[in-house]
Design a binder for this molecule. Structure first.
Ligand SMILES: Cc1ncc(COP(=O)(O)O)c(C=O)c1O
Length: 370
């Protein structure tokens, strides 16, 4: 082809998503596969969201509300913020994109950690921004080195808290200290995709960090309905931030970025306290069970503040991934993140956890890892 591709774009490695269940089943001839590779909610979506979406289907010929009035109002009320402090995205992924579009131009600097959520870097690369990638220290964000990396050209710092893929969280005292030490010219983005699974003592006060930014760098919080609310397929997430920042993000979004099903489904899910509490409780119980059982099989699990965790399997993670796949269990190999012996799994239903443990035990023996 003779078209000229932007060098910013040609250098991007596409995001490696977990493959859809159907594709893997087709490709490997397996049935009833268990997928624990994408940190999804294994118990499904909120039934209230499903009902609300069904009831809305006959309105599909209409454009959705571009301002998402009902959803933004409900979210603002739930979070104790003003509607002007909330920006919705087609998944929180899209809010990351908005932030980069609004604040990063060619040559501007952004700081991310490695390994952490890979999408930050990709959006920055596409804009021609310079991405400084700070390695984790002891599996955690290295706040001291991130601070040293800040320059007058730094526009954004992305911190997923808890971090994906390690599941580690930043101690609030360290985070407050870090924030108080930064110039006012940059924005810290705290991506809290998994905050609902995190101990309450570890959560920071988003309200005061958004509202009382006088003399300190602004902080943007990202949340998603893809995890605890079980709506990953619907694509809906949001950011909470000062209204001046929100106003900038609205300028770079397309008017109908949140489809009608996502608007009504999210609204219903946010009001479904039973589904939310069940998911949090079952995840906690499943996590405890899996950590103990995985250790009993001779692997090393890494404790996590999320619905997923890393496991050192004592041999090639890629080989284990393949072997598990043949038994109908899909895990995530962390070799692409530089962890050759680590896999990541999310907590599944009791049945899925059982199938995972059985397959893991068999594969560890077959591959002579234990
Ligand atoms: C840390 C982190 N941030 C953001 C996302 C994206 O979430 P969404 O589905 O809302 O785009 C994920 C998804 O896995 C994640 O792990």
């Amino acid at each position: 082809m003779k078209i000229k591709i932007s060098p910013n774009v040609s250098s991007i490695q596409p995001y490696p998503p977990g493959k859809p269940l159907e594709e893997l089943e087709r490709q490997y001839g397996i049935k009833n596969a268990v997928k624990l590779a994408s940190n999804e909610n294994p118990w499904g979506p909120s039934p209230k969201a499903v009902r609300a979406i069904r009831a809305e289907l006959l309105n599909l010929h209409r454009y959705p509300d571009a301002l998402c009035h009902s959803l933004v109002t409900a979210l603002a009320e739930k979070m104790g913020l003003d509607p002007g402090e909330i920006v919705l995205g087609n998944g929180s992924n899209e809010v990351i994109d908005f932030l980069v579009k609004a604040f990063v131009t060619e040559g501007d600097e952004v700081i991310t950690s490695y390994p952490s959520f890979l999408m930050y870097q990709k959006f920055v690369q596409a804009r021609g921004g310079i991405n400084y990638i700070v390695p984790l220290k002891n599996m955690k964000h290295d706040l001291a080195v991130i601070r040293e990396t800040v320059s007058e050209k730094t526009r954004l710092i992305f911190l997923d808290n808890p971090n994906n893929p390690t599941g580690t969280a930043i101690a609030p005292v360290d985070l407050y200290q870090f924030l108080s030490d930064l110039p006012e010219t940059l924005i810290v983005v705290l991506d809290e995709a998994y905050v609902d699974f995190m101990d309450k003592q570890l959560r920071v006060d988003f309200y005061s960090l958004i509202r009382n930014a006088e003399g300190r760098c602004p902080v943007v919080f990202l949340r998603t309905l893809s995890k605890v609310y079980g709506l990953a397929g619907l694509r809906i997430g949001f950011g909470m931030m000062a209204r001046e920042i929100a106003a900038c993000l609205h300028k770079v979004r397309q008017p109908f970025n949140i489809n009608q099903m996502a608007q009504v489904g999210a609204l219903a899910a946010l009001a479904d306290e039973e589904h939310y509490q069940n998911t949090v409780q079952r995840t906690g119980k499943g996590m405890e069970f899996l950590l103990a059982e995985v250790a009993r099989l001779g692997c090393r699990p890494y404790p996590s503040h999320t619905n997923f965790f890393l496991i050192d399997v004592g041999g090639s993670a890629d080989a284990l991934y393949d072997a598990m796949l043949m038994k109908g269990v899909i895990v995530r190999s962390m070799s692409a993140y530089g962890f050759q012996n680590l896999i990541r799994i999310n907590v599944g239903t009791d049945e899925e956890n059982g199938r995972f443990l059985k397959a893991l035990a068999e594969c560890l023996t077959e591959l002579h890892y234990v």
